[in-house]
Design a protein around this ligand. Structure first.
Ligand code: HEM
Length: 503
């Protein structure tokens, strides 16, 4: 009996602890702070409620921030811990400079997938990974991928099944194949997963994960209590299926990597064709100089990380872009005209064309501004007590930055709700140089910014240009409700929003 009472008391303590921090912040900082608290769920409840009420997971937060522009911070909770979300760029800048003082919240609960990849790792291991792969993501290297991206987009766009189908399926099938071919090579890109396109599996997996994390109360509470054991104790069918899908994905990738490793073991002159070769070369031939050493599990998880990070994110951007084009026929026509002029009858898009597609670039930046694929960063847990300017963060608290808050701030972007492609230069930077560069950071900034941002933009520009060359996009009038959901990324739900009319 005593243990039950102690257990209940401990639970009450863990549940109320963040509430005390929330109240403390409000008393200490008054209007500088917006507060939100929900036992155990916190931010996750705000997102799921907003989706249910508004059809948009981030609308409630956007409105709250808009109505409290004087606020510097949102203080809420993430499971059992306080979560401090900064809203102003000056805080964000310092937060990013201190990135080594934090570890990341394990969004994808299943530790087998991405915990050892670059997105989640920290310290010496992360530094080593970024150094090993960094050169592969530089613009000058990435432009070599342009012919392949043209190829993939052309192939996928030539065989559309009907005039109405989800843009997300098409987009992720393109972005997934691009990542597979670029980083893992043609041999691995050709493999199918149980007879299915592996990229569609990634989208399915991320959407289902996201829905469990942000919408299932049962899963959220179970996760708060059990952490990574959530899949093994009292799993429901949906959790079992998801765990099984992860296992299939891991086995698929493991087999592919093993195959390549066998080939490379007997190879005398090692020429790096792709990212996997770089990693396997370091593992097979230089691991004694690596500190900490590379493991096979790391190679597997790094591969899944790049596959996830490179497929779903860019696919969301392309999907949002298709939706806004369908919704704004005049803008679509204006952008189409630019593409016709710049390509001037050529069908293969080159680096030079991309540089000149100023309206396409401006449009994609506006899509990121209005519907950022990452409206918040991954929450980070403080490894030590830290100050971010005048705000004290205690070891163990979560910290985040709301990218969305300034992306639609009137002070930075006049008429913030309006798509205005003229705000941007052709290199994707803002024309108005007086705007704080940290006010809009869709790819984050500083040492832990998005390593794939140039790839994402090159790819999206090519895919959107190719789509408009072939199709006129219209909204599917039969679909009444548009839903913007928090998967792990943020974007449209996977529905038939668009009618694809061949030109
Ligand atoms: C529209 C597309 C994309 C957006 C909006 C985006 C956004 C972001 C953001 C905001 C971060 C920082 C996450 C955090 O620290 O909380 C990030 C990190 C990262 N992204 Fe992207 N990303 C995109 C595409 C890509 C692509 C195509 C790849 C390449 C395969 C990629 C690979 C990564 C990796 C590996 C990291 C971790 C970098 C590190 O911590 O050193 N991303 N991305």
């Amino acid at each position: 009996m005593i243990y039950i009472i102690l257990g209940i008391l401990a639970l009450i303590y863990f549940i109320t602890q963040p509430l005390i921090v929330v109240i403390y912040f409000k008393i200490k900082y008054g209007k500088r702070v917006i507060i939100q608290y929900a036992p155990m769920l916190g931010l996750l409840r705000t997102l799921s409620q907003s989706r249910a009420i508004n059809g948009d997971a981030f609308q409630a937060l956007s409105v709250l921030i808009k109505n409290n522009r004087q606020a510097d911070i949102l203080v809420t909770n993430l499971l059992f811990r306080p979560l401090i979300v900064f809203l102003k760029p000056n805080y964000y800048k310092i937060f990013m400079q201190q990135h080594e003082a934090y570890t990341k919240f394990p969004m994808i609960v299943d530790k087998r997938l991405v915990s050892k990849g670059m997105l989640m790792e920290g310290g010496a291991k992360w530094k080593q990974q970024r150094k090993l792969l960094g050169a592969h993501f530089e613009y000058n290297k990435l432009i070599n991928l342009i012919p392949m991206i043209n190829d993939v987009a052309e192939k996928k766009l030539s065989g559309l099944p009907n005039s109405i189908f989800p843009a997300m399926n098409l987009a992720s099938s393109i972005t997934g194949e691009v990542v597979l071919r670029a980083f893992f090579g043609e041999d691995i890109a050709k493999l199918s997963l149980n007879g299915q396109d592996p990229s569609l599996c990634v989208t399915q997996l991320i959407t289902r994960f996201g829905q469990l994390i942000t919408e299932s109360r049962f899963f959220q509470i179970k996760r708060a209590l059990l952490e990574e054991k959530v899949f093994s104790l009292f799993p429901r069918k949906i959790e079992k299926d998801l765990f099984e899908l992860n296992t299939v994905m891991l086995d698929h990738m493991k087999k592919a990597i093993k195959g390549r490793m066998e080939k490379l073991k007997n190879c005398k002159d090692f020429v790096h064709q792709d990212y996997l070769d770089v990693y396997l070369d370091a593992y097979l031939n230089k691991n004694d100089q690596m500190d900490p050493p590379i493991t096979e599990d790391e190679i597997l998880q790094q591969s899944i990380t790049l596959y996830f990070a490179g497929t779903e994110t860019t696919a969301n951007l392309v999907t949002t872009a298709c939706y806004f084009l369908a919704e704004n026929p005049h803008l679509q026509q204006e952008i189409y005209q630019e593409i016709l002029e710049i390509l001037n009858g050529e069908s293969i898009i080159t680096a030079k064309h991309l540089q000149n597609l100023q309206k396409v670039t401006g449009f994609l930046m506006e899509c990121l501004r209005l519907k950022p694929v990452a409206p918040m960063l991954i929450s980070k847990k403080a490894l030590q007590d830290v100050y971010i300017m005048d705000i004290f963060i205690k070891k163990g608290w979560y910290v985040n930055y709301m990218v969305l808050s300034n992306a639609q701030n009137q002070n930075y972007f006049p008429n913030p709700k309006q798509i205005d492609i003229t705000r941007w230069k052709s290199d994707g930077t803002l024309k108005d140089s007086t705007i704080d560069p940290f006010a809009f950071v869709p790819f984050s900034a500083g040492g832990r910014n998005c390593i794939g941002q140039y790839l994402a933009l090159i790819e999206s520009k090519i895919v959107i240009s190719k789509i408009l060359m072939k199709y006129k996009l219209k909204l599917n009038e039969k679909l009444i409700k548009t839903e913007w959901i928090a998967k792990i990324t943020y974007g449209l739900s996977n529905q038939d929003y668009i009618t694809w009319e061949a030109r």
